[in-house]
Design a protein around this ligand. Structure first.
Ligand SMILES: [Zn+2]
Length: 303
């Protein structure tokens, strides 16, 4: 099952050095989840040949402009392109008010519904579930309320050992029960032990998206054993004071978080405009956590 994330924007604050502010697109089993939607996100989707119409879910971490100023434009284009299917939108409570104000004053009545879920940044909550994923909020520590998002794959059914089942003429009607992990007592007294006829499904994976935050450790328990951790790394560690004042993290801190929670891979982004090249940020993080990659726009990371 496909589970990958494409970087659409990796800059903090402003578009600079050919980098756009934050947006990412998660593809899970050919369903598309947009995570943050900064200015320029539409252009990035076009550039990387991704149809905006395929996006059914949008998650906004907080109301700093570099994380959502592209949303009104994206929703307007969906409307102009004749979209009728709903968009599920998750974000801070005031987000809906902001959008409604903009649409009201342009006398726009959207052709599709926005199904809005207001997020509070107090305790972690499960905010969405479907057959592929469970999505939970991660409570971050930023200057204004801010949530990250944890996307966990659903556990799949057990896999049948078909050759063995067929060789022993086990009736097909029992297969769904075996897939669910049950043992069977057949009418003739035969006992079918599940473990003899099935194997475990693939291990589930998880993607944790930690948007803007002070690296204060408060959110670490939720990140335990995540497969891919995105953590902001706005500054090099020499600017730790600046990171503390602005409630951001350094590349070194992002790497320490990845190490402490046992992540398999670390993705860093939200780079300050002061860094024209990103190599020093990568070097700093990799010195602590080897399996680190930079959020480079247009790149896709398999989870
Ligand atoms: Zn912010």
């Amino acid at each position: 099952m496909k589970f990958e994330v494409t970087i659409l924007g990796s800059s903090s604050a402003t578009p600079v050095h050919n980098r756009n502010p934050t947006a990412q697109l998660l593809n899970c089993n050919e369903k598309f989840y947009l995570i943050d939607c900064a200015e320029g996100t539409q252009q990035q989707l076009i550039k990387y040949n991704i149809k905006a119409g395929k996006i059914d879910y949008i998650f906004i971490s907080h109301l700093h402009g570099d994380h959502y100023f592209g949303l009104i434009g994206l929703l307007s284009s969906m409307h102009l392109n004749g979209r009728v299917k709903p968009v599920k939108l998750f974000g801070p409570p005031a987000l809906l008010e902001i959008l409604e104000l903009q649409f009201r004053h342009s006398e726009t009545v959207l052709k599709f519904p926005i199904e809005f879920t207001a997020l509070t940044a107090d305790v972690p909550k499960v905010i969405f579930q479907n057959a592929d994923l469970t999505v939970e909020t991660i409570v971050l520590n930023h200057r204004i309320p801010c949530t990250g998002f944890k996307f966990s794959q659903q556990k799949r059914a057990r896999k049948l050992i078909i050759e063995k089942l067929e060789a022993e003429n086990i009736p097909i009607e029992y297969f769904p029960l075996l897939k669910r992990g049950l043992n069977l007592d057949l009418p003739d007294g035969t006992v079918i032990r599940n473990e003899d006829y099935t194997t475990d499904s693939e291990a589930t994976k998880c993607y944790c998206y930690c948007s803007d935050t002070l690296a204060d450790g408060s959110y670490l328990p939720q990140l335990k054993s995540c497969t891919l951790l995105y953590h902001e790394a706005t500054f090099l560690h020499e600017l730790l004071d600046r990171a503390n004042v602005t409630h951001h993290s350094t590349a070194l801190q992002a790497a320490e978080v990845a190490k402490q929670v046992g992540a398999q891979q670390l993705l860093i982004g939200h780079f300050s405009s002061r860094y024209k090249t990103l190599q020093p940020l990568w070097e700093e993080a990799s010195s602590v956590f080897k399996n680190t990659v930079l959020a480079i726009e247009g790149s896709t990371i398999t989870i």
